[in-house]
Design a protein around this ligand. Structure first.
Ligand code: IMP
Ligand code: MG
Length: 176
């Protein structure tokens, strides 16, 4: 089976939306320092573009969790592969994610981070697939709500490929 990628959100559309979210975050965190937590690897492209557009002081940290196998379906298993370098106690934390799908990863992650005593904890996601939600998650900033399609690009992968696409595309499978 081979696959093709069809553009869902162009590079221009994604960039314009990230600019708008960056401005919104800069307004909301006026007078504060925002501590961005990137969920690797998918969130990394969005994090870089977003951080460049935030005008209040920014610090960064990274963590990696695994919730998917090699395919396109969630296994519902969340494992911390790499934890944060710094404590988040009393910080204004903003988690930056590529996509909220079933919500399992984020609900687990937010609960775990909340227990570490941040001053505030919010979630920013580039993409949201609300139709797929299994576990309730409160999303504070959303780039785009998209239909229930498997997407790649801007950090999102299919079997570790396509993360580097500068746009969001839908994977279409051809029968071989
Ligand atoms: P969850 O189902 O909300 O726990 O999603 C967990 C993770 O699955 C996301 O952070 C992504 O890494 C991955 N994921 C979910 N939907 C897609 C997709 O359409 N394309 C690529 N990865 C996805
Ligand atoms: Mg992710």
């Amino acid at each position: 089976m081979s696959e093709r990628i069809k553009v869902l959100l162009s590079e221009e559309e994604v960039d314009a939306r990230i600019q708008a979210i960056g401005e919104q975050i800069s307004r909301d965190y006026q007078g504060k320092q925002v501590h961005l937590i990137c969920v690797l690897k998918g969130g990394s492209f969005f994090l870089c573009e977003l951080a460049k557009r935030i005008t209040v002081p920014v610090s960064l940290d990274f963590m990696a969790v695994s919730s998917y196998g090699g395919g396109t379906e969630s296994k519902g298993v969340v494992k911390i592969v790499k934890d944060l370098d710094e404590p988040i106690k009393d910080k204004d934390v903003l988690v930056v994610e590529d996509i909220v799908d079933s919500g399992r990863t984020l609900s687990y992650l937010l609960e775990m981070l909340q227990a570490r005593g941040p001053k505030s904890l919010r979630l920013c996601t580039l993409l949201d697939k609300p139709e797929r939600r299994v576990v309730d998650v409160n999303v504070d900033y959303t780039g785009f709500r998209i239909p229930d399609k498997f997407v790649v690009g801007y950090g999102l992968d299919y079997d570790q490929r396509y993360r580097n696409l500068p746009y969001i595309g839908v994977v279409e499978f051809d029968e071989a």
